[in-house]
Ligand binder design. Structure first.
Ligand code: SF4
Ligand code: SF4
Length: 189
């Protein structure tokens, strides 16, 4: 999860999107929620916006941060929830498929993004969500096979993406244990 002081795309707002309020597991002292369970305050936006927890104030998905993603990449429209993680000086972009994963990997715009990223040596991962209450899974896309495919054709990239998606779908999604208690935002109020 990316929070804190980050650069956001100027003029870009969440609008009617509430994807992160459902997809993510949250485990903080002032807010807990299982993955894949909508926050109970999530309606057309946040029903407690002015009083929302600090984590919610600080969090922004990749679409809010990356100018290379145009308006059509808003998570609720694209079916792709982009996560940006910075670890030991390296930034990884995870493309979490939240809508119809197979349909998404078959889209030319999605394949083009992967081709550009892989050829540009941008660390990319393909991810899917698990069942509610479970962790999702992700696989790196910067493989030599994908790099080679990116130099050949979209069709080759599509074929590999479908293969990776099949591998991800067969994952044994572990249960995500929520350690904090007392502020369960997933439960009915
Ligand atoms: S997923 Fe991104 S665009 Fe959607 S509500 Fe969360 S931060 Fe905003
Ligand atoms: S409290 Fe946080 S998780 Fe819940 S709807 Fe508001 S912003 Fe989303």
């Amino acid at each position: 999860m990316t929070t804190g002081s980050i650069d956001l795309v100027a003029g870009r707002a969440c609008g009617g999107c509430t994807v992160c309020c459902s997809v993510m597991a949250i485990d903080k002292p002032d807010i807990q929620k299982e993955a894949g369970v909508p926050c109970r305050h999530c309606a057309q936006g946040c029903a407690i916006y002015a009083a929302r927890p600090q984590l919610c104030r600080d969090y922004h998905c990749g679409w809010r941060q990356l100018p290379m993603l145009d308006e059509s990449w808003r998570p609720d429209r694209s079916g792709v929830f982009v996560e940006v993680e910075s670890l030991e000086g390296e930034t990884t972009i995870t493309l979490v498929l939240i809508g119809n994963p197979l349909k998404t990997v078959r889209q030319p715009w999605f394949q083009d993004f992967v081709i550009t990223g892989v050829r540009g040596h941008v660390p990319l991962q393909l991810g899917i969500t698990g069942p509610p209450g479970h962790q999702g899974a992700a696989l790196p896309l910067n493989t030599s096979e994908m790099f080679e495919a990116a130099g050949v054709s979209r069709a080759k990239v599509k074929e590999l993406l479908e293969k990776e998606l099949k591998r991800l779908s067969a994952h044994d999604f572990p249960r995500r244990v929520i350690a904090n208690t007392g502020h369960d935002f997933g439960a009915p109020g």
